[in-house]
Structures are given as C-alpha cells and as structure tokens.
Design a protein. Structure first.
Length: 211
C-alpha cells in the first residue's frame, strides 16, 4: 500500500462513519439502507478509478490540503451544529468527501483490486455505523452533540495528518518490512468483511421475517 492509499483508506472509513451518523437523522429500513450503502460504495469506486487518471503532482502540498480540510470540517460542523442545520452539514460532508477522494486517488497507485476492497469497506462501515445510530438515539446526550463530537475528533485527526505529513513522507519504509510481514492487513480485512457479510445477511433476514 502506498502512502496516499493509506491516507485514503483512513479517510474513507472516517467519512463513511460520518455519513452514516448524519443519515441517522432519518429513518431508513434495512433494505433501503442496503441500497443506499451500495450506491455510496459504487460511487466511491467510480470516483477513485476516474480520479486515478488525473495527472497533477500534489504530493508536496498535502500538508496544506489536510490543514485546510481540518479547519473547514471543524468550522462547518460548528456552524451547522449551532444553527441545527443537519441538511447543510450532510451535503458539506459529501462535498469534502468527494474532494478528498479525488485528490488522494489522483496521487495514489491503487489498482482495481484495492479499489474494490476500499469500496467494500466503505459499504461495511456505512451499513454497520447506521445500525449503531439506533442505539445512539437513546443516549443521554443529544444526537446532534454526538455528531459534533465525532466530527471534532475527525478534524483533529486530519489536523494531525497535516502536522506529520512531511515527516511521514520522508520515512524509510524498509524499516517496517518485518512488521508488515507479521501483520497480514489484507487477511484481517477479509475476516472483517466476512463477519459483516454474515451480520448484514442476518439483519436483512430478521427484517424480512418481522414483516
């Protein structure tokens, strides 16, 4: 996995969870959720593959890009939470997600297999986190506060990306070869995907029986 692919993977997980939390404001049954998750997953796959054809050298500027995105994410969250405007927040997150996916995909060397894997992971995170929002609505804190706290943490993480980007870019990755050998990342992802597929199937079967 190249560095930009790694950043892309983390941000896809962050934004998939964020989108799921925002969708939690509306009631969606499991079948519709499956369709919505599939649409977002396919859209992400297409976006990554189209963006990979962009030939613009941006590696030297991602420290600044991460900084702008972190500040923008926090400011939009603060404004929309204060004014209780979840619709603007949802579309803003979608726009930021598209921008970051395009920029990172254009600088990465992801192949077709990795694109499919990333899209599947996006689908899984979106589906599972939305299921968790049903519990979060019963929490003592207001749901909008939970979304605000999550987005604040996400913006802090992106800000840390900005601070550490140039140091990370210049790391000697041969130092980590033994660690990578002992850490079968893709095998772990396969196990997670398998578990979630069973979970999704169980939820849908239970939903159909309930009807």
């Amino acid at each position: 996995m190249d560095l930009m692919g790694g950043y892309l993977l983390v941000l896809l997980v962050l934004f998939a969870a964020n989108i799921a939390l925002l969708l939690g404001n509306s009631k969606i049954n499991n079948l519709k959720l499956l369709v919505v998750s599939a649409i977002f997953s396919i859209f992400t796959f297409v976006l990554m593959n189209l963006s990979s054809n962009i030939n613009i050298e941006l590696l030297d500027y991602f420290g600044y890009i991460f900084l702008v995105i972190a500040i923008l994410t926090f400011c939009i969250m603060a404004y929309c939470t204060k004014n209780n405007n979840s619709k603007v927040l949802f579309y803003s997150v979608i726009i930021i997600f598209i921008i970051m996916t395009v920029l990172l995909s254009s600088q990465s060397s992801l192949d077709l297999f990795n694109s499919i894997l990333y899209s599947l992971l996006f689908f899984i995170i979106l589906f599972v986190v939305y299921q968790l929002t049903k519990l979060l609505h019963h929490a003592k804190r207001q749901y909008s506060v939970i979304i605000g706290e999550y987005m604040t943490l996400a913006s802090i993480l992106i800000f840390l990306f900005a601070l550490t980007y140039y140091s990370t870019l210049n790391l000697n990755y041969t130092m980590f070869s033994s660690f990578l050998i002992l850490t079968p990342t893709y095998q772990l992802i396969y196990v997670i995907i398998g578990i979630v597929v069973v979970l999704v199937a169980g939820v849908l079967i239970n939903d159909m029986r309930g009807k």
